[in-house]
Write a protein that binds this ligand. Structure first.
Ligand code: T46
Length: 131
């Protein structure tokens, strides 16, 4: 599947840790950053794929599961470390679930927000994958 776990450099000090995402951390030019927080227990996010967008997801706090589907197979990745992230290339259906209390999901994106880039219907996604 076209995903990858990428380590984020960590600078450890007695006064705490610092991690930085910059140009060479992700394989795309960073155009947008957003984050999911205050996700209620049992709520799910995502439930779509992107035609072009690449994204890098990091659990800045807490943990959650990312269910990925490339049209052929499903894979579940649990994110729970602020010093590693999940690169999701284009054309992959994702659902985010099992958010722990207080969790924060940082998303670093390769493009600005374009609603036309979304495929929000799973049947449409499967048709997109075989076209
Ligand atoms: C993804 C997961 C992890 C904006 O106005 N600008 C933005 O940059 C984004 C991301 C969203 N929005 C609006 C569009 C909707 O009215 O915010 C609302 C919620 O968006 P959405 O339902 O797409 O949110 P999630 O959490 O289901 O999905 C988001 C990303 O859209 C998606 O690409 O992979 O987070």
């Amino acid at each position: 599947m076209n995903i990858q776990i990428i380590a984020i450099p960590k600078i450890e000090e007695r006064r705490g840790n610092l991690s930085v995402i910059e140009g060479d951390t992700v394989p795309f030019e960073i155009k947008r950053v957003y984050y999911l927080y205050d996700v209620p227990s049992g709520a799910e996010r995502g439930g779509h794929a992107h035609k072009n967008l690449q994204q890098f997801l990091v659990a800045l706090s807490g943990c959650f599961d990312v269910v990925l589907n490339d049209g052929k197979e499903e894979q579940i990745i649990t994110l729970n470390k602020p010093y590693e992230g999940l690169l999701i290339k284009s054309g992959i259906w994702r659902e985010l679930q099992n958010f722990s209390s207080g969790s924060v999901c940082l998303v670093v994106a390769s493009e600005v927000y374009i609603e036309e880039d979304y495929i929000r219907d799973f049947e449409e996604f499967k048709a997109f994958k075989i076209s």
